[in-house]
Each structure stands twice: as C-alpha cells, then as structure tokens.
Design a protein around this ligand. Structure first.
Ligand code: C5P
Length: 239
C-alpha cells in the first residue's frame, strides 16, 4: 500500500530555539508525519529537544550528516538510537567500511540515509577535493556504495531522481529537499521542483521548510501541499 501524503511530508524545523520548534511541530502535526532536526537546532537544544519533538507524536529525522572513523560512527549511531529517531543521515563519502559500521549498529526500523554530493557543491568543488568532476556521476557512485552496504535511502536533489532510480531501482528510499510549490519564493534553493513533480519523478519523501514554516499561515500552506501530493500519489503513473 502507498504511504499517505502526510507520511511523505517532512518539515524542516530550521529554527534556533526549542520553543519555536515545539510550537511548529504541534501546529503542523495534523499535516506532516515527520519533523527534521538539523545541526543548528541540535547544537542549540540537544537530545532533550529530540525527545520533546517525539512527544508531539511526530517521527524524527535527525539530520546530523555523520562522517568519522567506523568505530566512532558505530558508537554515535548507538547513541542516536537511544533517542528513538526514525531517520538519520551520514556522508557516503566516508566509504564502505564506515557505512557498514553504521548499518551494523542501526536497528531495522531506523532508516539510515546517505548524503551523496551536497547541493551546495558543484563540479569545481569536486575538482578542488580530487573527486570525479561530474556531479551526477559522483552522486550515483556514492549511492551505489550506500546500496551495497545496506543503507535505506539517500537525500538527493530533485534533478537526480531519474539517474538514481536508473542506477539503484527501488532499493533505496529517495528523500528530496529543494521543493517549492508553483509561484512560491525560491529563497536560496537553485534547482527546485514542485511537490507533484517530485513525487511523479519518483520521490518517496519530500523535505519542505520555508514554504511552510515561513508562510503567513503554515497550516494553510501545509494543507495545500498535502493536496498537491495526494493528487499525484493516487494516480497510477505516480511513484
Ligand atoms: O526551507 P527549505 O524548504 O529550503 O528547507 C530545505 C531543508 O532541506 C533544509 O533543512 C536544508 O538544509 C535541507 N537540505 C537541502 N538540500 C540538500 C540537503 C538538505 O535543502 N541537498
């Protein structure tokens, strides 16, 4: 059975304080099954905030983008598991041994997500650090390492969905940020897709921040996005 539209929607809680994060999570609970806590909020408010967001009933995507030696990664994953989060990110550029250590330390119900090439990087960045210069080639190469090592999914730009599905089929969940409903402000996102376009292209989960959290009424914005996802999810030609 296909997951419901709200099960596919992840709200990026990119705010600086516990009070703002909890207020948003409570307001948006009827619309989104997931809340994403990133480095800014985790560094400011720590594990207590993760527990508080879990208490609102949301599933938590802890976006810590781990990258370290295999033993440290395994121990970090064990600590994160005690926070009862449901998604966690790590950099696939840490290599197979590191990724396997993370997978071995994670229980089945924690979706480990690999970061391939950050969307802030381009071919110049890759050349600078001595990697394959073609971004999409590098994304696929890293995703294949992740799939071979048993991770559950990757975070990727919407434009990479096609190449990733071709390379790894349905073996990885695709979690896609850079989503903007038609007519909404782009902010600093450069390569965007609408919610319906991303789902039609093969996205499993959409990560959406400012189009909802900075809207005059976040509940109206969230409802519209859910309707857009729903209109696509239940068509047979959609993912
Ligand atoms: O506000 P907005 O919808 O642009 O938020 C997108 C979220 O997804 C932010 O938390 C951002 O850090 C995250 N993200 C992204 N691009 C990536 C990976 C993560 O925008 N490649």
């Amino acid at each position: 059975m296909k997951p419901s539209a709200s099960d596919r929607l992840i709200i990026a809680l990119d705010v600086g304080t516990r009070a703002e994060a909890i207020s948003l999570a409570l307001t948006l609970a009827p619309f989104a099954g997931w809340m994403k806590i990133g480095l800014q909020l985790f560094a400011a408010e720590g594990p207590d905030l993760v527990r508080a967001i879990r208490e609102t009933g949301a599933r938590v995507f802890l976006d810590l983008k781990l990258h370290d030696i295999p033993n440290t990664i395994a121990r970090a994953v064990e600590s994160v598991v005690r926070l009862d989060v449901q998604m966690l990110t790590l950099h696939l550029s840490g290599g197979g041994e590191m990724v396997r250590a993370a997978v071995a330390a994670a229980p089945e119900d924690l979706l480990l997500l690999g970061i391939t090439v950050l969307t802030s990087a381009n071919s110049e960045t890759l050349r600078e650090i001595g990697m394959v210069e073609d971004v999409s080639q590098q994304v696929v190469r890293l995703a294949e390492i992740g799939a071979d090592c048993g991770i559950g999914g990757v975070v990727a730009g919407a434009q990479e969905i096609g190449a990733l599905r071709k390379a790894v089929g349905e073996s990885l969940k695709l979690v896609i940020p850079g989503i903007r409903p038609r007519g909404s402000e782009e902010h600093d996102q450069k390569r965007i897709m609408t919610p319906a376009e991303a789902v039609a292209a093969g996205a499993d989960y959409l990560v959406i921040g400012r189009p909802i959290t900075a809207a005059p009424d976040p509940t109206i914005a969230a409802r519209k996005i859910l309707e857009e996802i729903e209109s696509c999810v239940f068509r047979t030609d959609c993912h």
